[in-house]
Design a protein around this ligand. Structure first.
Ligand code: NAD
Length: 311
């Protein structure tokens, strides 16, 4: 893949993540054909030179590589197998990359349904939030044949940090790695919320408590970095809806069940997330389960406010 012969990329799903990913593919020079259920979602991409297609079939008929970045496995299924879906237009020898956080069932069905087409199928979910999608600094976990991974590297490098684009295994491995990352991160969030809320309610200054935890064997990246979005700014990350976080937790638990690993802790974390969804609504941010503990103790956990109060 050299600059002169960049393949045309089709991109379906221009939401919080997809819109930024498309912008970075365009900056890297890839010709783009974009589509979304929402007609207005492609405005910026079209203004920057992309073609708009009304259906997945139209996207696939004009492109060498089709990327999907959709909320749920059912959406991926609809985009591929539905009326005027991708499979109705896909070219022989083309590539489909699913970058959604999902599970391998749809991927397996696509592989089965396209045996005569020599379709290259890749799962490549991402981490790094909407801000990473906009800045082109995503981490990308690629489940693919080694040859496909090597061939598609320029596409991934346009959207992510080259040193954090990782070939994690064959088909399905990307989905599994991504679900395990989210499961552990959501577990860190709940554990951190419990500990900070309890310590502060017991009379310890929030900054002192956090510093002590960071200096201890109980430190974590979440405590050192990610929690600051709440503690410094009261930002629960509306760029990733709590409804999608609940989807991920459900898929993660399904995966554990399918491979016969009991995951009691994950099940509790999922239920706490579902409580936050019921309390704050579907579009609340992925970090709102933290707020359950702030509401319970009637104390927003904010470093600046605590410092001001003790000044
Ligand atoms: P989003 O809801 O913001 O965007 C999804 C887009 O897909 C929407 O524009 C919607 O209109 C469109 N869409 C849905 N079904 C469609 C269909 N059948 N055909 C065409 N368009 C369709 O979601 P998002 O936050 O961008 O997340 C996308 C995926 O990325 C999800 O699987 C999510 O779990 C994952 N993810 C999100 C984040 C984040 O921080 N937002 C981070 C990592 C991974």
């Amino acid at each position: 893949m050299n600059e002169q012969h960049l393949p045309t990329v089709g991109f379906i799903g221009l939401g919080h993540m997809g819109s930024g990913m498309v912008a970075n593919l365009q900056k890297a020079g890839f010709p783009l054909v974009v589509s979304d259920r929402r007609d207005d979602a492609g405005r910026d991409a079209v203004n920057a030179g992309a073609r708009w297609a009304a259906t997945g079939a139209e996207v696939a008929a004009q492109t060498d590589i089709v990327i999907t970045m959709l909320p749920r496995p059912t959406d991926v299924d609809a985009a591929l197998f539905g009326d005027h879906g991708v499979l109705q237009g896909i070219r022989s020898g083309a590539t489909w990359i699913d970058m959604s956080t999902s599970v391998p069932e749809v991927e397996r069905r696509v592989i089965d349904a396209t045996r005569s087409l020599d379709l290259h199928v890749v799962d490549a979910p991402v981490s790094g939030m909407a801000v990473g999608a906009a800045n082109g600094t995503l981490q990308i976990f690629v489940g693919a044949d080694a040859e496909d991974f090597a061939r598609l590297r320029p596409v991934f490098n346009a959207m992510g940090n080259a040193d954090r684009v990782i070939h994690v295994g064959g088909h399905g491995a990307g989905y599994a790695v991504k679900l395990m990352i989210n499961q552990l991160w959501f577990s860190h969030l709940i554990a951190t919320a419990e500990v900070l809320a309890t310590g502060v309610a017991a009379g310890v200054d929030l900054a002192v408590l956090r510093r002590s935890l960071i200096a201890s064997p109980a430190n974590s990246n979440f405590l050192e970095n990610d929690v600051l979005s709440i503690l410094d700014h009261g930002d629960y990350d509306e760029g990733f809806a709590v409804a999608l976080a609940c989807k991920d937790l459900g898929l993660s638990i399904d995966l554990s069940r399918s491979v016969g690993v009991p995951v009691e802790l994950s099940a509790i974390v999922e239920q706490i997330y579902r409580r936050a969804l019921a309390q704050y609504g579907e579009t609340a941010g992925e970090m709102t389960p933290f707020q359950l503990y702030e509401d319970l103790t009637s104390r927003p956990l904010r470093l600046a406010e605590q410092q001001a109060a003790t000044a």
